[in-house]
Write a protein that binds this ligand. Structure first.
Ligand code: GDP
Ligand code: MN
Length: 441
C-alpha cells in the first residue's frame, strides 16, 4: 500500500500490475524532456530498475493499451527480479540499498546508453570490483543498465552476483561464433608461424589466439551485438579497473549535448611490433576512399615525423603514424559512429588484410585511427577529471581543490601518466581539440 501511495503522489502516471512484490510502470517523463518514455520496475524497497531502452512508439502503444506490465516483462526481457521478490526489511535499522525520493525521480534524465563489459566468467571478482567502483562514483545516481558480453555462456553465479552489484538492469549476451572466431580466410600455417615469431620476440600477448579474437571483436563487432542495437552510447568497462573521483555529471549527457562521439581518459604510445603494416593498410584504404577523411580531423595528432616518447618505444619504421592512441579499456562512444558506413568499410578493409592475426593489431589503435581520421577533432572528448586506473597506468586530477571537491581518493605514490614521456595527452592538447576544463562544458 505504501508503494501505491508513493506512486500516486509522485509526478508520473504508472500503469501495469504488481509483479511478485514489485510494481511495474511506465514513467511518462514528457513534461521534462518532451520525448523520454521509460519503463520501470519499482521494487519493494523503493529502489527501481529501468528496462533496456525501448522504442518509444512501442512504449506509447503499450501505454495506451495499459497492457499488463507483468505480461510485458515476462515476454520481453530477461530481467532478473530476484531482488523484487525479497521481503522488505522489517528491521527499521536496515536501510534499502538505493532509496529513492520523489524529488530525485522527477530529476531523472537518462540518455539512451549502457555500461558495457566484455569479460570471462573467471574474472568475476575483478568484474565486481569494477562495477562497485562505477556504481559508487557514478551510476548509483542514474541506474543506467549494464550489458555483459562473452564468447561462452555466463554462469548462473556470474549472472546473480553481477545482477546484485548493479543498480540498473543487467543483460547477458553470447557472442555469435562468426563475430568471435578466427575467419577461415586466415591461413593456418602462416598464422602459426607468425605466432611463433611473436613469442620469440617476447611481444605482449604475442602468442595468444584468444587475445587476437578479442581485439578483432572489439574493433568490428561489439557495436552490432543484439543487446546493443537499441542503444546510442556505450561506456566500456573492464575487469579490475577503478575510478577515483565522483563523476558529478552524466558523461553520456555531456557527450550528447556537445555532439561528442568518442571519449577517452588516457592516450599513450602503442608497441610498434604489434602493428607493422597497420598504417600502410589505413593509407591504402584512404586512397580508395579519400572522401571519408574528415576535413577537420585530428590527423595531426596521430601523424608526425618528429620522434616522441622514450627511445625504446619509437617506431623504427618510417611510418608517419606516431603510435599515439586512446587507451580503449576506457571508452565512452557513440555506437552510431561505429555502425556508420565509413567505419564499417574501414573495419572490413583492415579485417581482409589479416593483420589482426598475422600481426597483433589492437582495438585501441584501430579505434583511435578511425576516430582521428573520420571524425571532426571536436567530436573527440578528453574526460580530464574522472580519475582512472587500469594496470599499470593512472590518471587523476592534479589540482588539490579539484580532488577535494570531487572526493577523489588518489592512490599514494602513483604517478599521473598525463604528462609523462609515453603519454600522448600533451600532443592531444596541442594537435587535437585543445585543452578544455570540464567546467567549460
Ligand atoms: P589488456 O587490458 O590488454 O591487458 O587485456 P584484457 O585481458 O583485460 O582483455 C581486454 C578485455 O577483453 C577485458 O574486458 C577482458 O575481460 C576481455 N577478454 C579478453 N580475452 C577474452 C576472451 O577470450 N573472452 C572474453 N569473453 N573476454 C575476453
Ligand atoms: Mn584489461
Amino acid at each position: 500500500n505504501s508503494i501505491l501511495e508513493y506512486l500516486t503522489n509522485a509526478k508520473f502516471q504508472p500503469v501495469g500490475g504488481v509483479i511478485s512484490g514489485g510494481m511495474a510502470g511506465i514513467l511518462d517523463l514528457h513534461l521534462k524532456t518532451a520525448t523520454t518514455w521509460l519503463f520501470y520496475v519499482i521494487k519493494q524497497d523503493f529502489s527501481f530498475v529501468h528496462l533496456p531502452s525501448l522504442n518509444s512508439s512501442r512504449l506509447k502503444e503499450l501505454y495506451s493499451q495499459s497492457l499488463e506490465a507483468s505480461h510485458y516483462l515476462d515476454n520481453n526481457t530477461n530481467l532478473i527480479l530476484q531482488e523484487a521478490r525479497l521481503k522488505p526489511a522489517t528491521n527499521s535499522y536496515v536501510k534499502p540499498r538505493f532509496p529513492l525520493h520523489s524529488k530525485q525521480i522527477s530529476h531523472i534524465h537518462l540518455e539512451n546508453a549502457t555500461l558495457l563489459m566484455l569479460c570471462r566468467n573467471w574474472e568475476l571478482p575483478e568484474v565486481l570490483k569494477s562495477m562497485r567502483s562505477m556504481e559508487d562514483k557514478f551510476n548509483r545516481d542514474y541506474h543506467y543498465p549494464w550489458v555483459f558480453l562473452n564468447d561462452v555462456n555466463f554462469t548462473g553465479d556470474f549472472i546473480s552476483q553481477t545482477t546484485n552489484m548493479a543498480t540498473g538492469p543487467t543483460s547477458y549476451g553470447l557472442i555469435p561464433e562468426n563475430d568471435w572466431n578466427t575467419p577461415d580466410s586466415i591461413n593456418k600455417t602462416r598464422y602459426a608461424e607468425c605466432l611463433k615469431d611473436y613469442i620469440k620476440n617476447d611481444v605482449i600477448y604475442g602468442g595468444s589466439r584468444s587475445y587476437r579474437n578479442m581485439c578483432r571483436f572489439n574493433s568490428g563487432f561489439f557495436f552490432r551485438q543484439d543487446l546493443l542495437l537499441s542503444y546510442d552510447y556505450y561506456f566500456r568497462v573492464e575487469p579490475g579497473i577503478e575510478y577515483f573521483c565522483d563523476f558529478q555529471m552524466d558523461p553520456f549527457r555531456l557527450m550528447k549535448d556537445n555532439g561528442k562521439k568518442y571519449g577517452f581518459v588516457i592516450s599513450l604510445l602503442e608497441y610498434p611490433d604489434t602493428i607493422p603494416t597497420l598504417w600502410d593498410t589505413v593509407e591504402d584504404f584512404l586512397h580508395e576512399h579519400p572522401e571519408y577523411q574528415n576535413t577537420d580531423s585530428a590527423v595531426d595528432f596521430i601523424t608526425t615525423k618528429e620522434p616522441i616518447g622514450p627511445k625504446t618505444v619509437v617506431s623504427t619504421t618510417d611510418s608517419p603514424y606516431n603510435m599515439c592512441h586512446f587507451w580503449s579499456n576506457f571508452e565512452i562512444g557513440d555506437l552510431n559512429f561505429f555502425r556508420s558506413k565509413e567505419y564499417l568499410d574501414y573495419f572490413n578493409y583492415l579485417s581482409q588484410n589479416g593483420g589482426f592475426y598475422y600481426e597483433r593489431w589492437g582495438d585501441a589503435p584501430v579505434h583511435s585511427i578511425a576516430a582521428s581520421l573520420l571524425l571532426n577533432k571536436d567530436e573527440i572528448m578528453h574526460f580530464e577529471d574522472i580519475g582512472y586506473t587500469h594496470t599499470p597506468f593512472f590518471t587523476f586530477p592534479d589540482s588539490l581543490s579539484m580532488r577535494s571537491g570531487k572526493r577523489c581518493l588518489v592512490p599514494e605514490g602513483e604517478k599521473n601518466i598525463d604528462i609523462l614521456a609515453h603519454s600522448c595527452l600533451p600532443r592531444w592538447w596541442r594537435y587535437g581539440s585543445g585543452k578544455r576544463f570540464m567546467r567549460e562544458y
